[in-house]
Design a protein around this ligand. Sequence first.
Ligand code: AKG
Length: 288
Amino acid sequence: MELLPIDGTFAREVRGANLWELASGDAIREAFSEHPILVFRRQALTEDELIAFGRVLGGPEAYIERSWHSSKAEVSIVSNMRNALGDPIGGLASKELHWHTDQSYNADPVTGCFLYAQVVPEAGSRTSWANLYGAYEALPDRLKRRLDGLVGIFSYAARTGSVIRSADGQTVNMSYAERIRSTPDVRHPLVNFHPQTGRKSLYIDPGTVTGIVGMPAEEAQDLLEELRDIATRSGNVYDHHWRVGDLVLWDNAVTLHRRDAFADDQNRLMKRMIIRLPTDTHIVPALA
Ligand SMILES: O=C(O)CCC(=O)C(=O)O
């Protein structure tokens, strides 16, 4: 198995690993502990093989949105496609997704994730990741000192607030409303340390972090925007242009991601898995 830097970015392409064989399990685990984006090309995997691969990395979990599940609870569908009845077969449709990280609003986030491309629009499709280790390392010393010990407020309600209310203020989706009630705001440190190397990484989530504990709201907003701008500068970002058979594995504790919108008359189908990662080899944001 070989690890190759992609276009001088922080992403690594893994060559020589057939994920259906699992023979490279130890090497992949070790690589993923250090490199938060691993790209595997030309993979041909059944859902059982995806689950077996997830188990090599940690504990695959069922995504909370049941309507996204495939025939297996651990495998979700991200797609704009519809079944014969005209119902969506998965989540997220064709819309643009802004910079975010997954699960930061949870007390105990499940931070491993992969997307596996099955159908890709002819006109192309791009998902981008920003490196939160690189972001921390790029901060001027005055900002590193300022961040020391700071704690962010991560809010599921803020993240999804626009989704659950109709224009007249009525709740339009009970399951979302229920979920918001059972997902109160949580606090995580804005800087985390890798358990083995001690490497520091920023932990922000634009649209979900609503404030910083003990800091006036406006000052916190300015600081969070400055951090987001540094994190998402082009030199700190990997752009992935999808091909069928690509599997991109990422660590949500140390990256942000976004995707472009695509034309809704072009099909796109990804299989997605979330994986609970071991805390001795990965940063897993704790409660503060
Ligand atoms: O569809 C994509 O490329 C990204 C989806 C995404 O943001 C996610 O799965 O969290």
